[in-house]
Write a protein that binds this ligand. Structure first.
Ligand SMILES: Cc1cc2nc3c(=O)[nH]c(=O)nc-3n(C[C@H](O)[C@H](O)[C@H](O)COP(=O)(O)O)c2cc1C
Length: 312
């Protein structure tokens, strides 16, 4: 996820026990090939490169192919092509979900990339421009024929952004239509949801939840294995540690925007989430953010510790 799924977040998730696989932020193919000043941060797959999937975004097939060939030589779990992003800044360029407008073009792209990628090659997408399952299935079959190894479906249309609920029944239906694994993504709210949705598909992807609750994967494993509750989570310490990781693994130019993105979701662990977000957004550096964060727990000490499994 843009500005979210970078090394600092992976370090944090790993500190709670990790998850099976991580997707990078979408990496723009053009700037990557141009060797921009920040590309080293985008392609830092630490601390567990073998479990990191590089996600590429772009509108030009020549650039996507060359960028995929470049990343394929790095230690990673696979290469993913973003055909799902519906942010105007991306679709305006012809990238993201705009690829879903033409199965011919998208299949030709994947054929070209398949020739240069030896690792697992996947696509992340939405339902498409319209709510039409048959056309989604036709589109995905073309991607499969073109050599795509896996598909992750976020079952909303491009226009819906985050409106309505994700149509999870489409994930199961798509899985039955294709010969390749299908991962599902969208609106998973807790560890029990991860487990439940995992029954509908070959893999589940959590986006916003992974930021709000970086311990959720460990929690899901414990739930599945019938183990007792995990240790309590110290919310103050967790976010301060994240700020420290940002300082270590992100360039100064990125730290503030990444911190704000993180707190946009992590604050939802607090009773006065909206108030804290407003205060944090007024701060101009990580030290100020840390001071506001700690100040909150001086006023509300009862919120500092989160007891997992204490509520249904
Ligand atoms: C801030 C933000 C950035 C995102 N960036 C990406 C991205 O770079 N690539 C991608 O495939 N999806 C991206 N997404 C979409 C998520 O991967 C996911 O499909 C969506 O949030 C629904 O899943 P969730 O309910 O688990 O969050 C982003 C979502 C958010 C909120």
């Amino acid at each position: 996820m843009a500005e979210l799924s970078h090394r600092a977040l992976r370090e944090l998730i790993e500190s709670f026990g990790g998850c099976d696989e991580y997707f990078t932020e979408m990496i723009s193919a053009g700037p990557l090939l141009g060797g921009g000043p920040f590309e080293a941060y985008y392609i830092d797959a630490g601390p567990c490169p073998g479990r990191v999937v590089y996600q590429l975004v772009g509108a030009r097939s020549d650039q996507l192919r060359a960028a995929a060939a470049f990343l394929d030589k790095r230690d990673c779990a696979g290469i993913d092509i973003n055909m799902g992003c519906s942010a105007p800044a991306i679709t305006r360029t012809g990238a993201g979900v705009r690829w879903m407008a033409s199965a011919d073009r998208a299949a030709a792209l994947m054929e070209q990339i398949r020739r240069v990628v030896t690792r697992r090659l996947s696509v992340k997408l939405r339902i498409g421009p319209e709510d039409d399952f048959d056309s989604l299935a036709r589109f995905c079959r073309r991607l499969e024929e073109a050599g795509t190894d896996r598909i992750t479906l976020h079952p909303r249309t491009g226009r819906e952004k985050f409106k309505r609920s994700a149509r999870w029944d489409y994930v199961g239906r798509l899985r039955r239509e294709l010969g390749i694994p299908v991962a599902g993504n969208g609106d998973i709210a807790d560890a029990a949801g991860l487990i439940r949705r995992g029954k509908d598909c070959d893999a589940v992807m959590a986006g916003r939840l992974a930021v709000r609750a970086p311990w959720v994967f460990a929690q899901a494993r414990a739930l599945e294995e019938g183990r007792p509750a995990l240790p309590d989570i110290d919310l103050e310490e967790t976010a301060l540690r994240f700020l420290d990781l940002l300082g270590r693994y992100q360039p100064p130019e990125f730290r503030l925007s990444r911190a704000r993105r993180f707190f946009a979701y992590f604050c939802d662990n607090l009773q006065w989430a909206h108030h804290v977000k407003t205060l944090l957004n007024r701060e101009g550096d990580l030290a100020g953010i840390a001071a506001v964060w700690s100040g909150y727990f001086r006023e509300h000490p009862e919120e500092r510790v989160l007891r997992l499994f204490s509520t249904p």
